[in-house]
Design a protein around this ligand. Structure first.
Ligand code: FES
Length: 106
């Protein structure tokens, strides 16, 4: 059976409403998004040409917009809705324990 790894990211209070915050863990660029008090965790690299969405991303109308070449990703699924990217963003499962966000790395 494949093993999974749980990695501590941050406290939920470290992320402001409407913010995309980047982390580097396990050699991966991860972004945590908080919007409408809901948290999303994705790989931060745009699937078009690897712009880091923690720096180059904007949130608008439930979309993550890569400002490098304007691809828009659905915030719920990570799928590209418009623009140049064809692959969805990798979404990470996570748990919140005592206000700490731990992501699950498969
Ligand atoms: S790198 Fe994101 S749209 Fe091109």
């Amino acid at each position: 059976m494949a093993s999974v790894k749980k990695v501590k990211l941050c406290n939920v209070r470290d992320i402001n409403e409407g913010e995309i915050k980047g982390f580097r863990v396990e050699n991966k660029n991860i972004m945590v998004i908080k919007i409408d008090n809901k948290i999303y965790v994705y790989d931060a690299l745009c699937t078009h040409r690897n712009c880091n969405l923690a720096r180059m991303g904007l949130l608008k109308n439930n979309r993550i917009i890569c400002t490098c070449h304007e691809t828009e990703f659905d915030i719920e699924t990570g799928k590209p809705i418009s623009g140049l990217a064809r692959k969805p963003l990798t979404k990470y499962e996570f748990e919140v324990e005592d206000d700490i966000i731990n992501i699950i790395i498969p």
